[in-house]
Write a protein that binds this ligand. Structure first.
Ligand code: NAD
Length: 298
C-alpha cells in the first residue's frame, strides 16, 4: 500500500518515518524542502506537489496546522483533489475545526473519495516513539480499513463517531491541557510567592490527586526555564479559537477556555507565541512579579 504524506513539520516528520519503519511505501510533500529531504533520507520518495502525491497514493494523510492549510492542500490548483481518484481515502490528522472536517468530507464524497478526521494527542516525543493517541471520526467501515495503518504511528486509535467527532474529542483534549497547564502555573507561582521551593512542592504533590500527565510533562520545563516547543502557544491559540467557535455555534458555555484565550493573548503580546505552551506559567510570573524556579538554582 502506498501512503502519501503531506505536512512534515514537528509531528508529520516522525509520523511519516514510523510508517516507513513499519514497511509502508511513503511518498511525501511539504512546502519546506529540508523537511522533505529529511523524510526522503529515511526512505520516502518525494512529490513535486500534493496533486502528484495524491495521484500516486492509495491513502493520503495530511498533518497541517489548521483548517485553511488543509483546505489549501486539498482543494488548491495543485492540491490533493486534483490528483486523487475514486475509491481512495484521505485521512486528515491535523487538529482543525470539526465543521471544516465535515465540509471537506462532503466535498471529497462528491469525487467518490472517503475521508476520516483523525487528530492526535501526545506531542513530538510520542510522535517519535510511535505512541501518540489518535481519535477518529468518519464511517466505521473506513476506520476499520485504516486501523492498522494508524496504529503504526500510535499506541491507541479510538473510533469516536461520524466525521468531525475526532476533532470534537481533540478540542476537548486541548481544553483540558490548557486549563491544566494554567493550574500548574498558578499553583507553582502561588507556592513561590508564599516562600516555598516550587520544585519541592511539585515533588510533594505529583503522586497525589493533583498529579497529572500534564503536571509531569510541563512542571520540569517550567522549573528548568526550558520553553522550546513541543507544542507552540500559537497552535494552542488556534485550538482554543476552534473550541470557542464551535461552542458558540452550539450554545455551549466554556468559560475557563475563554479565560485561557485571554491569557494566551497576553503571552502573544509578550512575544512568546513560538514558545512551548508550558510558557503559560510566564503569565503568572508576570502578574506576580516572580520567577518559578527551584531555590537550588537561584
Ligand atoms: P508544524 O507547523 O511544525 O508543521 C506543519 C507543516 O506543514 C510545515 O512543515 C509546513 O511547511 C507544512 N505545510 C503547511 N501548509 C502546507 C501545504 N498546503 N502543503 C504542504 N505542506 C504544508 O506543525 P505541527 O506541530 O507538526 O502540527 C501539525 C498539526 O498537529 C497541528 O494541527 C497541531 O495542532 C497538531 N498537533 C501538534 C502537536 C505538537 O506537539 N506539535 C501535538 C498534537 C497535535
Amino acid at each position: 500500500m502506498k501512503i502519501g504524506f503531506v505536512g512534515l513539520g514537528i509531528m508529520g516528520k516522525p509520523m511519516a518515518k514510523n510508517l516507513i519503519k513499519d514497511g509502508y511505501e511513503v511518498i511525501c510533500y511539504d512546502f519546506n524542502q529540508s523537511n522533505m529531504d529529511e523524510v526522503a533520507a529515511a526512505g520516502a520518495s518525494t512529490a513535486k506537489n500534493s496533486q502528484e502525491l495524491a495521484n500516486q497514493s492509495d491513502i493520503v494523510i495530511t498533518m497541517l496546522p489548521n483548517s485553511p492549510n488543509v483546505e489549501a492542500a486539498l482543494f488548491s490548483e495543485e492540491g490533493i483533489a486534483a490528483g486523487i481518484s475514486e475509491g481512495k481515502i484521505v485521512i486528515d490528522m491535523s487538529s482543525i475545526n470539526p465543521v471544516s472536517s465535515q465540509r471537506f468530507a462532503e466535498k471529497l464524497a462528491g469525487l467518490g473519495v472517503e475521508f476520516l478526521d483523525a487528530p492526535v494527542s501526545g506531542g513530538e516525543p510520542k510522535a517519535i516513539d510511535g505512541t501518540i493517541a489518535v481519535m477518529v471520526g468518519g464511517k466505521k467501515k473506513v476506520f476499520d480499513q485504516c486501523y492498522e495503518l494508524l496504529l503504526s504511528m500510535a499506541s491507541s486509535v479510538t473510533y469516536i463517531g461520524e466525521v468531525g467527532a475526532g476533532n470534537i474529542a481533540k478540542l476537548a483534549n486541548q481544553i483540558i491541557v490548557a486549563i491544566n497547564i494554567a493550574a500548574v502555573g498558578e499553583a507553582l507561582s502561588f507556592a513561590t510567592k508564599a516562600g516555598a521551593d516550587p520544585e519541592l512542592v511539585y515533588q510533594g504533590i505529583r503522586g497525589g490527586l493533583a498529579g497529572s500527565t500534564v503536571m509531569d510533562a510541563k512542571s520540569p520545563m517550567i522549573l528548568n526555564r526550558d520553553f522550546d516547543p513541543g507544542f507552540r502557544i500559537e497552535l494552542h491559540i488556534k485550538d482554543l479559537q476552534n473550541a470557542l467557535d464551535t461552542s458558540h455555534m452550539i450554545n455551549a458555555g466554556i468559560p475557563l477556555t475563554a479565560q485561557l484565550m485571554e491569557i494566551m493573548q497576553v503571552l502573544k503580546n509578550d512575544g512568546l507565541e513560538k514558545k512551548d505552551h508550558s510558557a503559560i506559567a510566564c503569565y503568572y510570573e508576570k502578574i506576580n512579579n516572580l520567577t518559578i524556579e527551584s531555590k537550588d538554582t537561584v
